[in-house]
Ligand binder design. Structure first.
Ligand code: LMR
Length: 351
């Protein structure tokens, strides 16, 4: 009889403990994500990871995020949920960083030049005609100086884990066919933000204004600005050609992304979970880097097919005239970006 009572007591205890563990695993935290359950040190935690971004789905960034989701969800036996919020549907340029810091979201991949307020070295993708292609930009961000810049927000509780490319930017506007610096005089362009982009437009005799990506279509439509600069994939997927008349193929500056996470989330991951997230990120990086060029090429073809903008392709001589006007930017920003960082970018651009 004693044995039966003991058995029933032990059984009840196990059920009670299991029930407590279960509650822990499913109750959401303040930030809305599900807390991890480190049930024994090495098991995969039951968590929900949120990746918020501002661009459309048919873009290198979203394709990278999708690859991450697929890898992480299928390799965690369904324990890790990975939610992607594109098109500024959860947070936009103005609030995604703060929400990352607060751990309301666990990943963002913003355009690097949006962080020049935190560290002016994030101006590198805006340095005029620095990188000819994705490979050169990747070589810089994967190198020692690039990694230092990516990692420079740790004091905020933000970790820069990887660089995902988008591509070279091109000018659109609804005033005139631009093929020389003089054509920009008196026009106003939207930029992603940052001192170097501002200086570029100043050097060209134009004005500039930083506007969040989610507000750009309307700003162009309503004439708040005359034009903007972006990659083919962003122009095509957000249909900026509907509200612009001309597009000059320039490749003068770039959109590249920093994949950021926050330390609160990161430090709570156990080994088994972190391993999957890290491998998922590597998968996302592989896909974003592999897809960027072809997605932009396809987008360029679509823009041509839609026929809504007059396209101006500059000759190498015409590009050289722009290059010359923008060259003084390098001396102007040598101190704030750092001669060593600019030199490392130049080295990467030689490959
Ligand atoms: C923009 O704001 O134009 C882009 O940086 C958006 C993006 O994330 O590609």
């Amino acid at each position: 009889m004693k044995k039966v009572i003991l058995f029933v007591f032990l059984l009840m205890s196990v059920i009670f403990l299991a029930a407590c563990g279960g509650n822990e695993a499913t109750e959401p935290t303040d930030d809305g994500s599900t807390p991890g359950t480190d049930d024994g040190g090495n098991d995969i935690q039951e968590i929900t990871i949120k990746f918020s971004h501002v661009v459309a789905e048919n873009t290198p960034k979203h394709q990278g995020a999708l690859a991450m989701k697929e890898y992480i969800e299928s390799n965690s036996n369904g324990k890790i949920k990975f939610e992607i919020y594109p098109n500024s549907s959860l947070f936009g340029d103005q609030d995604e960083y703060q929400n990352l810091v607060s751990n309301n979201i666990q990943f963002i991949a913003p355009d690097l030049t949006k962080f020049v307020g935190n560290n002016p070295q994030f101006n590198v993708p805006a340095l005029p005609f620095m990188f000819d292609n994705d490979e050169e930009a990747i070589a810089f961000w994967d190198g020692e100086k690039g990694a230092e810049v990516l990692g420079s927000l740790e004091a905020d509780g933000v970790l820069g884990l990887s660089m995902w490319p988008n591509g070279g930017k091109h000018l659109t506007n609804d005033e005139k066919a631009i093929d020389s610096p003089d054509d920009l005089k008196g026009l106003k362009f939207r930029t992603q933000g940052g001192q170097v982009l501002e200086s570029i437009y100043k050097a060209l005799g134009a004005g500039s204004e930083s506007i969040p990506f989610s507000e750009l279509y309307t700003a162009l439509d309503q004439g708040v600005v005359d034009g903007q600069e972006n990659t083919f994939s962003n122009i095509e997927s957000k249909k900026f050609d509907e509200v612009q008349t001309y597009m000059t193929v320039m490749n003068h500056t770039r959109v590249d992304y920093a994949v950021f996470t926050n330390t609160t989330f990161w430090n709570e991951l156990n080994e088994a979970t972190k391993e999957i997230v890290v491998a998922g990120l590597a998968e996302g990086t592989k896909v974003a880097r592999a897809e960027a060029k072809s997605l932009n090429e396809k987008a360029y073809e679509t823009i041509k097919e839609r026929g809504l903008v007059e396209i101006i392709e500059l000759t190498p001589e015409q590009v050289d005239v722009f290059r010359e006007v923008m060259e003084p930017i390098y001396a102007e920003y040598e101190d704030s970006i750092g001669a060593d960082v600019i030199e490392a970018a130049r080295e990467a651009a030689k490959d």
